[in-house]
Write a protein that binds this ligand. Sequence first.
Ligand code: NAP
Length: 242
Amino acid sequence: MKCALITGGSRGIGRAICVKMAALGYHVLINYKSNLEEAQNTLEQVKQAGSTGEILQFDVSDKEQIKQVLSAWIDAHEDHEIEVLVNNAGIRADSLMAWMEEDQWDNVMKTNLDSFFYVTRLVLNGMLTRKYGRIVNVVSLSGIKGLAGQTNYSAAKAGVIGATKALAQEVGRQGITVNALAPGFIRTDMTEELDEKELRNLIPVRRFGKPEEVAHAAAFLASPDAAYITGQILSVNGGLYS
Ligand code: NAP
């Protein structure tokens, strides 16, 4: 059975990617941290899209949980192949650097950057054996440009961008592509408190993006036909960048 694992699949961009992967025929592994009801909601939408799925709860900021839950799942499902991995789970904890607490730095680094290493390392083994894989990392405009108030988040996302480029060079020969998606402002819980009416004036397309528009780009990078695209950062930001 061919599977797509999406971290942070219970809400927002991750949910839209789960539904898109379901439409492409993948058995969808929906990871979440604490919001079981929303994860179940995503599973329902995966089924409505005509596929199957299951919920895999683990905290991507906790390497022991990743090892226990994801390793155990992989070992118990030798007939399942994770062909697509979307490292999407992420958090913000904004503050000017001068007032940033250690926890704000640590949590953002663990959730957005360390998770890339611990999740991908486990999934990569099977991809290397089968000589096929698609890894898509959800980063951010903030990691490309740097945004005031987000030294933690910009650093973490920029770290994932560097890792994307490095890993792409390591595994290209084995049929595995590694790319990143860099959303701008997308309408999700993460941007709920932002004033779209004011901020849209900065965006050439004059609106926030929809999670489905990021999912469309994820599906493109995850498709078998995207075999010659690797180590790239694809912006989905309505032209906002620069
Ligand atoms: P969101 O609506 O806040 O959803 C976050 C998702 O990540 C939820 O499913 C949440 O699970 C999960 N998650 C958070 N921490 C986790 C952890 N430690 N372990 C496992 N799952 C965890 O966020 P979003 O806007 O969809 O963002 C998705 C990704 O896009 C993030 O990497 C974010 O940095 C990036 N991004 C978003 C925007 C934007 O404008 N929205 C822009 C640029 C980049 P629970 O439901 O269990 O909490």
